[in-house]
Write a protein that binds this ligand. Structure first.
Ligand SMILES: Nc1ncnc2c1ncn2[C@@H]1O[C@H](COP(=O)(O)OP(=O)(O)OP(=O)(O)O)[C@@H](O)[C@H]1O
Length: 398
């Protein structure tokens, strides 16, 4: 068995490496080449790097493509660049803008993994006769053969919890997981940088890419205005107790949990509690009103044991992560006539629809990923929930 769990010699195993031009995927290519695999590098050009959406250091700009090319030259492996701009715009950027206009806080990296990376690029790798597609994501997968499928794999959190990307990967299907390989899951970022130095890669000291690759300096409203110019319609800023506190220039400028930049002075600290796209109201309230105890999920991707969905009918104890930066906390998963929902034993502040809720077997680095879903809506502490419902039921002045 070789290190990628194939029953053949590395030189007989072809692997496509998804190369962003960053240090992580460059080291993946370097490691696999060192181990003797037949490695091909592919970089996807995801948007026009001359356009307003360009941000230096992001995962798909011109400099990055050039860096990936230079890494492949150093390693002596073939490198291809594929133009995915149109597809990326249609499946990632446009839905991102539309979700914001609906009052959601989307996770475009999940959409990107679901479409361009693990659907299109994966298909290209298969067409090129590759046995696997490897990426620089920090997540672990290991062989988990079943009676009907000897190639089945299971997903786990990575060793380096600070870099854990499992939250972004919850929607990866079982078939995709079986074909993918994540060689960095057992390494720390520090080790990866050291390896890059040892391999003499030009990207060894390159800064990490941050946030959303196509959003320059966190200015997502600019992208939304460009894609959906009518999304930024003015509306009222309303307190949960019904008081109209001011006006805003479009709900796309707000996210749930936001405190700064509300432009209302009431003497009390206020947070965005809800975005009502229908009435274009930004609803604000005290911090306690953000405290979320239950999240309803849509588009569930069930991984792990096949009995999970039926076990959840009885209430299934697990650990849930409702934001990318937090460790998983104890939770109970339910499936009944109300849908799929998760009760969080420790309330989370400011959970936004459109974000992900990912489920695990344990709180630590050894946790298996059970899958997850997108948050459709959430329920807050009883009092806050009641006053929000009352407010939303009120007719809105034209
Ligand atoms: N434009 C791209 N073309 C091909 N593969 C990509 C591209 N962008 C990202 N990837 C793949 O997805 C992985 C995770 O992407 P992410 O944007 O999270 O990068 P990262 O964690 O900064 O890693 P890296 O250091 O490799 O850029 C990358 O390691 C790479 O394998």
């Amino acid at each position: 068995m070789n290190t990628l769990d194939f029953d053949k010699k590395p030189e007989d195993t072809r692997v496509v490496v998804a190369m962003s031009g960053g240090v992580d995927s460059s080291v993946v290519a370097g490691l696999l080449k060192q181990q003797g695999y037949d490695v091909l590098g592919i970089t996807l050009q995801l948007y026009d790097h001359g356009a307003a959406v360009h941000r230096a250091g992001s995962c798909c700009a011109g400099q990055d493509i050039d860096d990936a090319r230079r890494v492949c030259e150093t390693l002596g492996i073939p490198h291809y660049v594929l133009d995915y701009e149109k597809r990326f715009r249609e499946t990632v950027i446009n839905p991102f803008a539309e979700a914001y206009a609906m009052g959601e806080t989307p996770v475009p990296c999940v959409a990107c993994n679901q479409t361009v990376k693990f659907a299109d690029l994966l298909a290209t790798a298969q067409e090129l006769g590759a046995d696997a597609l490897a990426t620089g994501h920090y997540i672990r997968s290991s062989a988990n053969p079943t009676a009907d499928n000897p190639n089945r794999r299971a997903l786990y959190r990575p060793i380096d919890s600070d870099r854990d990307q499992s939250w972004f990967l919850f929607a990866t299907t079982q078939e995709q997981i079986d074909y993918l390989r994540f060689p960095l899951g057992g390494m720390s970022k520090a080790q990866v940088r050291e390896l890059a130095e040892e391999m003499g890669l030009v990207v060894a000291k390159k800064a990490d890419s941050q946030d959303i690759c196509f959003v320059p300096a966190g200015k997502y409203a600019d992208i939304i205005n460009k894609v959906k110019p009518n999304a930024a319609l003015a509306g009222d800023i309303v307190h949960m107790d019904g008081r109209v506190l001011g006006r805003h220039e479009g709900i796309v400028h707000y996210t749930i949990g936001q405190r700064k930049g509300l432009g209302v002075a009431t003497g009390e600290p206020l947070y965005v509690v809800y975005l009502d796209a229908r009435s274009r109201r930004v609803i604000v309230g005290p911090k306690e009103a953000l405290d979320t105890h239950r999240v309803y999920l849509r588009d569930m991707n069930w991984l792990g044991d096949s009995s999970l969905e039926s076990d959840a009918r009885e209430g299934f104890a697990c650990f849930a992560k409702v934001r990318s930066t937090r460790p998983p906390t104890p939770a109970t998963l339910h499936v009944d006539e109300r849908g799929v929902y998760v009760d969080l034993s420790i309330g989370e502040a400011g959970v936004a629809p459109g974000q992900a809720c990912v489920l695990y077997s344990a709180p630590g680095a050894d946790a298996r990923v059970y899958g997850g879903g997108f948050i459709e809506r959430s329920e807050r502490a009883e009092e806050a929930e009641a006053s929000l419902k009352q407010l939303l039921a009120q007719p809105v002045a034209a």
